[in-house]
Design a protein around this ligand. Sequence first.
Ligand code: PBG
Length: 331
Amino acid sequence: MTRLSLVHRPRRNRKSEAVRALVRETRLSPDAFVLPLFIHEDPQDAEIPSMPDVLRFGPDGLLREVEGALADGIGAVVLFPKVPEERKTNDGREALRSDGLVQRSVRALKQRFPQLVVITDVALDPYSSAGQDGIVGDDGTILNDETVEVLAAQAVSHARAGADVVSPSDMMDGRVGAIRAALDEAGFTDVSILAYTAKYASAFYGPFRDALDSAPRGGDKKTYQMDPANAREALREVSLDEAEGADMIMVKPAGPYLDVIRRVREATVLPVAAYQVSGEYAAICAAARNGWLDERACALESLVAIRRAGADLVLTYFARKAARWLRDPLG
Ligand code: PBG
């Protein structure tokens, strides 16, 4: 055998787990995870068939889940309500009720866990009889400015209940600025805005819509959510959300949009969040349940890839499992 005369042998930096750990560029830690939580009015928790290991929580289950998440090292949650069909209207006015499900849940969480970062979703879809994020006009279009007015009131209502961060996921134009102005006007200058800045019209939201029964009743969301083919357009949204006062910028989904995360990372100094959505979670879980993929390894790899692409924080349904896997690398 002739020994190659190689000055550079990159394998030296991979020769043991301890060496690999020294040179590792990206680390996963539970404090960068945000746990999305589904809630409903029923006292019992319910399973979500298309999302294994994810429950929709009643009031007691919610508190127990959050207690567990905090013990796992996760400091932030985002709430998504399932609203009974009979309370849904075109204008989504149920969203503004001061004793609505989200408002009550925020109060209960902040009272029991004052240190928890409670994030709320600002959009009308769970409350919309049409399953749209905004108000539907007579001609079927989604009315931008009318919707923004309701969203600003929804954000203030969440702030009043004690939300630390409000997170507009609706993709209406001008909503970040309107929400900032409304929050400030109501005295909530310390409530942050995590803006869904580049939210794509993605087929990967399917299981989420099952969980909340919030799918559009006919039609789609393509006149407000972004075209999956576009990346430059995301940078336009970043400039607008920055100028309107967003505190953090989000890209969603995450895994199929790593290039967008990277470009957004390079375009802003604001913290960048990425949402590993329900379909990304379900795909890994489904393959794992068939014995085709290793859930733990694939989940951790997908999360490190999202962080490597440039996300500072990651919203993920794997948050608690990943926190436990990271704590117990051999378990
Ligand atoms: C709705 C909203 C959606 C998600 C978060 N907020 C669905 C949608 O836009 O239709 C999806 C999250 C997921 O799939 O995990 N405003």
